[in-house]
Design a protein around this ligand. Structure first.
Ligand SMILES: [Zn+2]
Length: 105
């Protein structure tokens, strides 16, 4: 039981950390480049896909990481798409720590 609570706490900390980091970089890139929000969003989504590819490659073939993760591209990508869809919906934001978007006027 303590394990489950600890896991959930670590999960929430990681989620808040990654979200804050991406929000900061998102605002910074828009401010510096003047690119529109959806262009920058797409770059962020592409970055996640590319990090997946690189991590999956590091877990396949000779010299693969020994942590035990076996990439399964089809189900992994399904899971990433579901997570994206769920997080884009207004109702799924109950676990996100909504923060004011910096730089809006
Ligand atoms: Zn690994």
């Amino acid at each position: 039981m303590a394990h489950a609570i600890e896991d959930e706490r670590r999960h929430e900390e990681a989620q808040a950390h990654i979200r804050a980091t991406i929000m900061n970089e998102f605002c910074e890139v828009m401010r510096k480049t003047g690119l529109p929000p959806m262009v920058v969003m797409r770059l962020a989504a592409q970055a996640v896909g590319s990090v997946y590819r690189e991590t999956a490659d590091a877990h396949s073939g000779p010299g693969a990481c020994a942590c035990g993760w076996c990439p399964r591209q089809e189900s992994d990508v399904d899971m990433l798409c579901s997570a994206l869809l769920a997080a884009c919906g207004r109702r799924s934001s109950r676990n996100l720590h909504l923060m004011p978007i910096a730089g809006t006027a």
